[in-house]
Design a protein around this ligand. Structure first.
Ligand code: PGA
Length: 234
């Protein structure tokens, strides 16, 4: 029985996650793999559009994304929060302002993620719901490149607060206090409806559902609940 149990808990877990999930998924997997040393993991990191393509083609065991898949017959379950915040260089003139209006944000040059990005989709939706138009100065296909561009004073951006995860000590970015922000989003795991999950995938799902405490450590609430202006300086 013991060897059967071991056998059940070994094999490969194939995950595909949106880019911002790369800021916590590896740590989550670290905890999981400590409990299940027989399980190997393959992690694909790409944008929302590509993750949805992979989900449609049933290429992986499980998917992590920032919004329930629309137009695809999939099971999705929420497991963690994903607040989107307005970021700027720590010495940006708006850093000391309180309750900055959306209009004021629209005056600033804006750094936007590429088409197909879920972050972009949520940002565009927010501003169009408020009948406002951003002045997009530059489009970049990576959260890290956007952070570099912020530090380089190319503009301001909206990104998941998870993108700040390990950068806290650097103190080069600030979260701006903007009306209507953070945009409250969540992380979902998903898989095609009717898919027969492997035992390994099922084990990972059960782990996600039970790991509330450890998940709280991965949450980036602390990055946005401080008083404003909040300079990320650990
Ligand atoms: P993205 O997705 O990496 O495609 O921007 C993030 C999200 O949907 O939250």
């Amino acid at each position: 029985i013991v060897s059967d149990m071991k056998g059940l808990k070994s094999g490969k877990l194939r995950l595909a996650v949106v880019t911002t999930a790369k800021y916590f998924t590896p740590r989550l997997l670290g905890m999981f793999c400590q409990n299940y040393p027989g399980i190997d993991v393959a992690l694909k990191v790409t944008n929302r559009e590509r993750v949805l393509e992979r989900l449609t083609n049933n290429q992986d065991d499980l998917y992590i994304l920032g919004q329930v898949p629309e137009g695809i017959d999939a099971v999705a379950e929420v497991f963690l929060d994903n607040p989107l915040v307005v970021l700027a260089a720590a010495d940006h003139p708006l850093v000391n302002h309180k309750n900055i209006s959306i209009d004021r944000i629209c005056d600033e040059p804006f750094i936007m993620r590429e088409p197909g990005s879920g972050t972009r989709m949520a940002t565009e939706r927010f501003f169009s719901e408020h009948n406002k138009k951003l002045k997009v100065r530059i489009e970049l296909g990576s959260n890290e490149a956007i952070k570099q561009a912020l530090v380089g004073h190319l503009g301001i951006a909206v990104l998941s607060s998870h993108t700040l995860a390990l950068d806290a000590p650097m103190g080069q970015l600030a979260v701006l206090d903007v009306e209507g922000f953070p945009i409250e989003r969540h992380w979902y795991f998903a898989y095609p409806s009717g898919k027969q999950l492997s035992i390994v995938a099922q084990t990972f799902l059960d782990y996600l559902r039970q790991a509330h405490h450890s998940l709280e450590d991965l949450s980036c609430r602390h990055a946005i609940t401080g008083h404003y202006p909040l300079v990320i300086n650990g």
